[in-house]
Design a protein around this ligand. Sequence first.
Ligand code: NAG
Ligand code: NAG
Ligand code: NAG
Length: 750
Amino acid sequence: MGLSRMFLQVMCVSVLVSGMAAAAVAFPIAKRPHCQDQCGDVKIPYPFGITEDCYLNKYFRINCGNDSSGRPQPVVGKNLVVTNISIDGELDILMYISRQCYENSSGVLGYNNNPSLRVPAFTISNTKNKFVAVGCDTYAYLNAYRNNERFSIGCMSICRSPKNVINGSCSGIGCCQVDIPKGLKNFTLDARSYNNHTRVSKFNPCSFAFVAKQDSFKFSSVYLRNMPNRRTPMVLDWAINGKETCENSKNVCGRNSHCYHPENGDGYRCRCNKGYEGNPYLVEYGCQDINECDSIPKPCVTTATCNNIDGNFTCTCLDGYEGDGKIINGTGCRPKASAGRSSIHIIIPLAISIGILVLFMGGSSIYCGLKRRKLIKLKEKFFQQNGGLLLQQKLLNYRASMEVVKIFSAEELEKATNNYDESRMLGQGGYGTVYQGVLPENKVVAIKKSKVCDQSQIEQFINEVIVLTQINHRNVVKMLGCCLETEVPLLVYEFITNGTLSNHIHDKSISSSFSWEKRLKIATETAGALAYLHSSTFVPIIHRDVKPANILLDDNYSAKVADFGTSILVPLDQTEVATLVKGTFGYLDPEYFYSNRLTEKSDVYSFGVVVAELLTGMKAVSFDRPEMDRSLAMYFNSAIDDDRLHQILDYQIVSGDNINAIKEVANLTKRCLSVRGEDRPTMKELAMELEGLRIMEKHPWAKADLYTEENEYLLSEPIHSLSIGVDVDYSFSSSTTFGFDSMRNQLVVN
Ligand SMILES: *[C@@H]1O[C@H](CO)[C@@H](O)[C@H](O)[C@H]1NC(C)=O
Ligand SMILES: *[C@@H]1O[C@H](CO)[C@@H](O)[C@H](O)[C@H]1NC(C)=O
Ligand SMILES: *[C@@H]1O[C@H](CO)[C@@H](O)[C@H](O)[C@H]1NC(C)=O
């Protein structure tokens, strides 16, 4: 066990490292070879540097010392911890909070500080920060300089009772926040109070003021007592400082780069020209050509060859294809209409002479007719190439009617998507592009256009289409039909309105309202859908790509599992595995590394990672965590093993009421993340356990020992019908939670 875990970590780390090498910087970022270009996890690009011959001037000096736990930590200025340096001119730091604290209701000042930052090369980012004050007897200043003149902004916050404040709201009651104007530098933070907190000292002894990175701060009434940290993350804009401008400083930026003036603050910056990458501040080295042909995703379609040229690239379509070969903003390559070149050569002169004739007769309809015939021929060709005949035949065999799989025409879908207009694009993945389409009668659909289609995969694709259309589960995105008349097949799905689960977990602006109740509902429904796929359909379906990006949500936070079976569309040969591993790395079953097979238990593992994300709000793979903990699965397991669950939970979901349920889900998750597939529970087991926990959550009184007669009566009914409902759910119907919800509504009314 220990050995296999070690093996796994070695595997994972090596995959991560090689994955990184492909994507990450291959160019030097420090000034000279001997210059240290990293401190802890933070990369240090020139003009920043650690030793004297490595930084541009003293403002860019980084001190790489140890933090209290002995890890290396970059510090700028006197004592400001740096968390990220971007070559585009941003600097993430931790800035101190200004506090003014009083001893008790007598109004005796106990503590006061006015942290400041005076580095002329740094301007407070006006787009990424807010100035915030917290307190119930509070006003605060941000005193700064703009264009070398004093400049202050301020904000006030009061309240009479902690009951009056609203968690998450910063609008003058206990918390206020204001925007930061452009161009502020050399600033000092100053928190003050009107009445020395004499009236509010019971619950709010201090005033606080700080600059906080947008969305990093969420006000909570508990902060009135004390702010949990001494520092908050904030963002600075940096530029080569002083009176220098691009015009009066020659040769400041390296080769293949240019000089520009930042929008916020003075000084100048350098940026690589388009098509080049590197550190533009390194004068001798400059920026290097990007080899676009090696980038992922590839810039040219598979039927074109890519040719890297200095600062750019070209695509050349293979013989028999025409177009510019580009995927982005390009036409790709279409097969040349081979339908009888020679006949066209004869027809065209003929058409011209006839055309002159018919012009007099008032019609160019013959020409159009010819064109249309050519188009129809092409469509027929694609239809056959895409397995249309096979599909028709299969449908006959299954005695399915055309109602089951609607075959859309190319025109219908072109019209629905406004000719695949970019504005209709919903998303782009490794397998293709998804567009929003509007069918007649204003029915909104999602249309997936796959990128590649290997001829040998056609039969599987057709099977897939049939299997997909057999699925009828309320937590699986429904496929409505397909279109085979185009070069690549198009699939049409129902349109799901509320985005992906991934957005809801990781988008900071919405994750705070993403409650435990919703998360548990989504986990339960996803488990139900996967269990259904595994056990109930006439051919068991392994999803193979379970991840939050593939779980869509509707307006009621119902989960809709999407994108299964794409793995059949795209065969898992060597290169495909590479992309799979790239896109889905954190979710991939560790057993896959030696068996090269994905099973039902692989879906269970991926599902475990999804639930771990729901519990922690963390990403499946994150380079912010220490190396051994980059994969959430391992991080999660080791936290549970060490009994540290509370440290990694997303605090936004935890309340006294749900902690037991959370613990149970965490234990289930750990079982899903077992290294050996056979140690993992089945999807069906998971679905049942989660459903059970949901009942407890919805009806906490179900746990109570005593109920009134009335309650008892109400209780016995639903629990009974529910356990049946759960089973029914696996075998097609989707009534489970419906019955239950309506029951609940009644209860509430009563
Ligand atoms: C930082 O810690 C490392 C080992 O943890 C030690 O070797 C080094 O001397 C320390 N550096 C400073 C400046 O304390
Ligand atoms: C650092 O900043 C860069 C550029 O803004 C960003 O891409 C990267 O994710 C950041 N890294 C961390 C650890 O925040
Ligand atoms: C705000 O949230 C905290 C815990 O996150 C809670 O203790 C406090 O009672 C809440 N305050 C209000 C006013 O809702």
